[in-house]
Design a protein around this ligand. Structure first.
Ligand SMILES: Cc1cc2nc3c(=O)[nH]c(=O)nc-3n(C[C@H](O)[C@H](O)[C@H](O)COP(=O)(O)OP(=O)(O)OC[C@H]3O[C@@H](n4cnc5c(N)ncnc54)[C@H](O)[C@@H]3O)c2cc1C
Length: 461
């Protein structure tokens, strides 16, 4: 990422980012590293306050974080996954096994897992290292976004009622405000296209973290945290995925099950405290080891998340504004690519804006953001669909389709054929991990703006 060739008029563009999630933080860091020096991130929460949960950090995510200079710090307490095992939840019998050791050699980075707080914290630390360029405004909700051919604007509403709301005008507005994005709603309204209704997936997730100490009296559970392995236990309409994080001091467990609680009381709420008995009942027919594992969750600490997505949007860009991450492509978690794709968005936005001509006009910014959309939209939406398809295959009940799926698992044992759990399939991994979206973006802007940026001369992959 060059910082020397950018014209001062480009460097000083006023860029506002709505939301300090993985997408917003990476946008800020990538833009600052590219040389932009007037970046403000608005976050409605009073601090970063990230979910206590693990996250898979695939090579396509790691490659970008490395270029941004934060990967070494994140990698320090990450766990490298060497294998994945897909098992029958009811019996713990192994259905499929995939060796992941080849990934580092093939894609330059291993498949790792870590704690969300570490990932977000190190992105934030990276931003703090650029404090002359990036400003954070916490406890402030952005509303009433306006677009159009000139500068976008919005109303910033501080949570502290003694500070009145104020208008903000900027050269570039990035809506990284998650699945419930105000920016998306306003943008679609402005473009007079149908609001993309948030779709109910009918699925919810428990997210659980057990400490090594909690597992210590159970040798079978200790063996799980000590392995370099991600395990998925599957059953009809449900599964559990689990892996060790934080240098194997924490075992991270994430489930998917039919949504009962949120469906019964639909609201804007996405998380709820659940009853431990309800959680144990959902996995009632899973094997005894899983019961012992779930039983370690203290009563009162069962937290359930609603899983929501929305239909693909007609566009992610309006004038000098663009959507990023879950605001434009929320996904079911079954490909473990939601944050990775938000991070790809952010990296590509920096590449396209970095290539703007001197004294850029709103039309140039719009052109750059349209290139961002072209590079990113189809890929991100393909992965959203793959995640949904993978969930459907994993959650099959008795019947022909399940028989076919289990034949695929059986063939896998002989080393043949596709993996029904799509994220573990080598061909899918090639498409996800083997594509360098920053190079593709650099090539695309080079064609548009005729200014070489990453030095590519033929269409990269
Ligand atoms: C169970 C589960 C497991 C997952 N596992 C993985 C995984 O292993 N790997 C992976 O890559 N991804 C995973 N994901 C997906 C990933 O968590 C999300 O895709 C990612 O966090 C989205 O980041 P974001 O920045 O786009 O949105 P968010 O993280 O939702 O951030 C949006 C931010 O904007 C703020 N905000 C919202 N509205 C406003 C406003 N109007 N004004 C100001 N601020 C606002 C919010 O407070 C929030 O901080 C998983 C998701 C789930 C649910």
């Amino acid at each position: 990422m060059a910082t020397t060739t950018m014209h001062p008029n480009v460097q000083s563009l006023k860029i506002c980012i709505v939301g300090a999630g993985m997408g917003g933080l990476t946008c800020a860091l990538a833009l600052a590293r590219a040389g932009f020096n007037d970046i403000t991130v608005y976050e409605m929460a009073s601090n970063l306050g990230f979910v206590g949960a693990g996250i898979q950090m695939a090579p396509n995510m790691a490659r970008i974080l490395d270029r941004l200079g934060v990967w070494d710090a994140i990698f320090k307490d990450a766990v490298v996954l060497n294998e994945t095992s897909i098992r029958q939840g009811s019996t713990d019998a192994e259905l499929g096994h995939v060796d992941l050791k080849y990934i580092k050699q093939t894609y330059g980075y291993p498949h790792t897992v870590g704690h969300r707080a570490t990932l977000a914290g190190e992105l934030y630390n990276g931003c703090k290292g650029e404090s002359d360029k990036i400003k954070f405004v916490f406890g402030t909700t952005c509303e009433n976004m306006k677009f159009g051919p000139q500068q976008p604007s919005f109303t910033a509403v501080p949570r502290n009622s003694s500070t009145p709301p104020y208008e903000v005008r900027c050269d570039v507005l990035l809506g990284a405000d998650g699945v419930k994005s105000n920016t998306r709603v306003a943008m679609l309204r402005d473009l007079k296209v149908d609001e993309a209704e948030v779709k109910d997936t009918g699925q919810a997730a428990y997210r659980i973290m057990l400490t090594r100490e909690q597992l210590s009296s159970d040798p079978e559970l200790l063996a799980l945290i000590d392995a370099d392995k991600v395990i998925r236990w599957i059953g009809e309409k449900r599964h559990i995925i689990a892996y060790p994080v934080s240098s194997k001091q924490i075992y991270n467990i994430s489930t998917t099950q039919p949504d009962v609680n949120f469906a019964a009381a639909p609201s804007a709420t996405y998380t709820t405290k659940g009853l431990k008995k309800a959680m144990l009942d959902v996995f009632g027919d899973f094997c005894p080891m899983i019961h012992r594992m779930l039983d370690l969750v203290p009563e009162g600490e069962v937290c359930e998340w609603k899983l929501r997505v929305h239909a693909p949007l007609p566009t992610w860009v309006d004038g000098s504004a663009a959507l990023v991450g879950d605001a434009c492509h929320p996904t079911l978690p079954h490909m473990a690519q939601g944050a990775a794709q938000a991070i790809e968005d952010a990296a590509v936005i920096a590449v396209v804006l970095e290539a703007l001509p001197a004294s850029p006009k709103p039309a140039d910014i719009n052109k750059a953001l349209k290139i961002y959309e072209t590079v990113r939209k189809e890929r991100a939406e393909t992965l959203v669909e793959l995640a949904a398809a993978s969930g459907r295959a994993l959650h099959l009940g008795e019947g022909k389709a399940k028989e076919e799926r289990d034949k695929q698992f059986a063939a896998l044992k002989e080393g043949k054929g596709p993996v029904p759990d799509k994220w573990a399939d080598a061909d899918v991994q090639k498409m996800v991990y083997g594509v360098d979206c920053m190079k593709i973006a650099a090539f695309a802007v080079e064609q548009e703006f005729k200014e070489p940026s990453l030095g590519t001369s033929s269409v990269p992959t």
